[in-house]
Design a protein around this ligand. Structure first.
Ligand SMILES: [Zn+2]
Length: 88
């Protein structure tokens, strides 16, 4: 029997996708964010498509703020975008 892949909603485009099509952004501590390829890092997480476009959307539409309950500075978004490019 095929294993069911859980679905998550992208905080950028808002589309529901299989978890393995998305990447997790994790809040390590206040103002510190990383991409979590394994999906197992500790901290509050949010899922996003593996493209910079959705990260832009998440930033513009305040999806990041909503998910992490704090404002995420643009330089953090730029850092994540750089990391994200490795997965595209
Ligand atoms: Zn997306």
């Amino acid at each position: 029997m095929a294993k069911q892949i859980p679905a998550r909603v992208c905080i950028g485009c808002g589309e529901k996708k299989e978890k393995n099509k998305l990447i997790r952004i994790v809040r390590i501590s206040e103002g510190v964010y990383e991409l979590d390829e394994s999906g197992k890092k500790n901290g509050r997480g949010a899922y996003i498509c593996k493209n910079a476009e959705c990260l832009n959307l998440a930033f513009k539409k305040k999806g990041l703020e909503r998910s992490f309950k704090e404002s995420v500075p643009e330089e953090t978004v730029l850092k994540l975008k750089g990391e994200l490019e490795n997965f595209e």
